[in-house]
Design a binder for this molecule. Structure first.
Ligand code: F6P
Length: 323
């Protein structure tokens, strides 16, 4: 291998820059040229490549987002788009690609791999819903942002004896809601995976009110049947929750743009560098993630078909602990 490329794709995640830095510097240490592809798969299709030296990735380890830019690219879902991307890669003399991203990004990586191009994926998404890695780049930071907000909201909720519904990210997966809800001591957690009727949620909050609780925190995943505003509207329209006044707060993108925590910088460095080592050694068509504290290499075919469930202990504990 002489020329290795790296791209970031899908929703950005805190720690992506640390992963890019690790790929570049590991590649350079093997005497290989490393190229950055800008704006994810769109940049691949447009041939938007730039050779990166060690200094180009200096002082980025602490920065959120991605210096390479990211995109969701509908064109890459078409055969023509993928053929064009492949021609661009081959035309630029690139002989391996590292894809840093989540489910959609690794589906793209698998497509390129099945077209015969050497690809290695790096597990990165704040949703932590990627099969093949216990933990993904960005989730620790996103959780800490959500937790900080929940702690603050609990303070003001207590001052005013209110119920606050906090919406966190996760269209398809409730991992962020579940874990930040448990860590934040939420009274109720609402997930896309578990359909709880709003009446039941209101009842639980009301019980807390009657027992004299000064506040109620409800953590809601954005992809739940009712999001935070939807739940508030339902409560209002149906005359539920007569005790507390209630309000909703949507955290949204603040969870994605934060400065990466120490855990995310270390994970990203480990995964990025290991991915570069793998592809340089000739192992391709895999996702590099972690399992039980070790590097896990999972075939991309399995990753795209696999399903990662929510951690069952925490799912049960959420019920038991919210008293
Ligand atoms: O990257 C994951 C994620 O932040 C999800 O939690 C969220 O549902 C989605 O991306 C939002 O994507 P977009 O920024 O493309 O609207």
């Amino acid at each position: 291998m002489r020329n290795l490329a790296v791209l970031t794709s899908g929703g950005d995640a805190p720690g992506m820059n640390a992963a890019i830095r690790a790929v570049v510097r590991t590649g350079l240490s093997h005497g290989i040229n490393v190229w950055g592809v800008y704006q994810g798969y769109s940049g691949l299709i447009e041939g938007n490549f730039k050779r990166l030296g060690a200094r180009d990735v200096g002082s980025i380890i602490q920065r959120g987002g991605t210096i390479l830019g990211s995109a969701r690219c509908p064109e890459f879902h078409t055969e023509e788009g993928r053929e064009l991307a492949l021609r661009r890669l081959r035309g630029a003399g690139i002989d391996g690609l590292i894809v840093i991203g989540g489910n959609g990004s690794q589906t793209g990586a698998e497509a390129l791999h099945s077209m015969g191009f050497p690809v290695v994926g790096v597990a990165s998404t704040i949703d932590n819903d990627l099969y093949g890695s216990d933990v993904t780049i960005g989730v620790d930071t996103a959780l800490n942002v959500a937790l900080n907000a929940i702690d603050n909201l609990k303070v003001t909720a207590s001052s005013h004896r209110r119920a606050l519904l906090v919406e966190v990210m996760g269209r398809k997966c409730g991992y962020l809601a579940l874990m930040s809800g448990i860590a934040g001591g939420a009274e109720a957690i609402v997930l896309p995976e578990v359909d709880v009727p709003p009446e039941q949620i209101a009842e639980r909050i009301q019980e807390g009110y009657e027992r004299g609780k000064p506040h109620a925190i409800v953590v809601v995943a954005e992809g739940a049947r009712y999001n935070a505003e939807g739940l508030c509207a339902y409560f209002r329209e149906n005359g539920l929750l007569t005790g507390y006044e209630f309000r909703s707060t949507v955290l949204g993108y603040v969870q994605r743009g934060a400065t990466p925590t120490c855990a995310d910088r270390l994970l990203a460095t480990w995964l990025g560098s290991s991915a570069a080592d793998e592809i340089i050694a000739g192992t391709t068509g895999i996702l590099v993630g972690t399992s039980k504290g070790e590097i896990a290499k999972t075939p991309l075919e399995e990753v795209v078909k696999g399903f990662k469930p929510l951690p069952s202990w925490f799912l049960k504990a959420a019920e038991m602990l919210a008293r």
